[in-house]
Ligand binder design. Structure first.
Ligand code: FES
Ligand SMILES: [Fe+2]
Length: 372
């Protein structure tokens, strides 16, 4: 298990509880440590399975920890990306075969590590000497789901990888959106930005809402196992996520009634289910908290209407467009990490912001949000 040493913040570290917090400031050491330690006991998606071919080492970052991924004898392995010898990056090395067992070999002096993180070979070791038992690196829990590799930095994950029932269901057509670079925000703010609906008329004017109808819907929010569930009914302009836009007469429609049911798989995954007369459209986002201010996003979208594969690119463009509208707003939010209620830095408004407040309340209970 990885322990986080105290993060050292600079002299300008934020300790103020006043709303005038300077924008460029990093969160306090306390806030960063709470975020990293609080987020550790969960599964996090770190890489698409397809991006880890046999024979390749790939470095990813999760909660400030460098991890090297490899397929050793067919199984995906996640090791701390720091050699125990002189702390060079193992991800710069190569995969070797040692008596039929594949190992990750450090590029610096050739120490080699097995799937369990134990060093199995030290080329410079004198004959007859044993490899020291503490010549090992952390090895993390790994699983694969929904085309992604998931890692948990603790031995006992608190929850399962959240459900995505439409994935692999042949009555749905699913497209995956590839984001080429991480977002400059925290994963918590990414989830909140996706859970938030009162921004629809402002950021997605004419697509997901209209500014002349800014009233928030009646939010029903509850907890269900590892999920925070939000449900509400709205009317929206017709769009691909509610309407078969290839159907005849669609240009005559002004509004579409739909029901949203959003499932936040605490604390880092969200699945928005939109049910309308056209059928069901699902937005799925799994976030990887690389650090407190960088997040890698894995998106997928499922629909059970207008299912022709030739239509996929239209849906991909639609999702990318909505995402492009959200991105600069979410990346602009400061402080980087969500400030706790006690700080009074934010001013959530009831009942419109109830879903976000309930999410935050749970994050504070989990210890993920506690400082600024
Ligand atoms: S630093 Fe890795 S073998 Fe020396
Ligand atoms: Fe949005």
């Amino acid at each position: 298990m990885t322990q986080h040493a105290a993060v050292t913040a600079g002299p300008e570290a934020a300790t103020s509880s006043k709303p005038g917090l300077r924008e460029a400031e990093a969160p306090s050491a306390e806030a960063i440590n709470a975020f990293y330690n609080g987020m550790m006991p969960y599964w996090h998606p770190v890489l698409a399975e397809a991006d880890l071919p046999d024979g390749k080492l790939v470095r990813v970052e999760l909660l400030g920890v460098g991890i090297v991924l490899a397929r050793l004898n067919g199984a995906v392995v996640a090791l701390r990306d720091l050699c125990r010898h002189f702390q060079a990056r193992l991800s710069l090395g190569e995969i070797i075969d040692l008596d039929g067992l594949q190992q990750v070999m450090c590029p610096y002096h050739g120490w080699s590590y097995g799937a369990d993180g134990q060093c199995k070979r030290i080329p410079q070791l004198l004959e007859g000497r044993k490899i020291p038992s503490n010549a090992r690196v952390d090895s993390y829990k790994v699983t694969t789901r929904y085309g992604l590799i998931w890692v948990c930095l603790q031995d006992e994950p608190k929850f399962d990888v959240p459900d995505y029932p439409e994935w692999g269901d042949s009555s749905f057509r699913t497209v995956v959106m590839k984001e080429n670079e991480p977002s400059k925000t925290s994963s918590i703010r990414m989830i909140m930005g996706t859970l938030d609906d009162t921004h629809f008329p402002w950021v997605h004017q004419g697509i997901l809402g209209n500014r002349d109808e800014p009233a928030a819907p009646d939010h029903r929010v509850w907890r269900e196992g590892q999920y925070l569930v939000l449900q509400y009914d709205v009317e929206q302009p017709p769009n691909l996520a509610t309407t078969d836009m290839s159907a005849a007469g669609v240009d005559q429609i002004e509004k579409i009634a739909l029901r949203y049911t959003d499932y936040v798989g605490m604390p880092n995954v969200i699945r928005l289910v939109k049910d309308s007369a056209a059928g069901r459209y699902v937005v799925w986002l799994a976030t990887c908290p690389n650090s407190y201010n960088q997040t890698t996003n894995f998106w997928a979208f499922s629909r059970n209407y207008d299912m022709s594969p030739e239509r996929d690119s239209t849906y991909e463009e639609f999702s990318a467009h909505v995402r492009t509208q959200d991105k600069p707003i979410i990346e602009s939010q400061r402080p980087w990490l969500l400030p706790p209620f006690w700080s009074q830095i934010e001013l959530p408004l009831g009942p419109a912001d109830k879903p976000l407040m309930e999410f935050q309340r749970w994050l504070e209970e989990l210890g993920i949000v506690s400082g600024i």
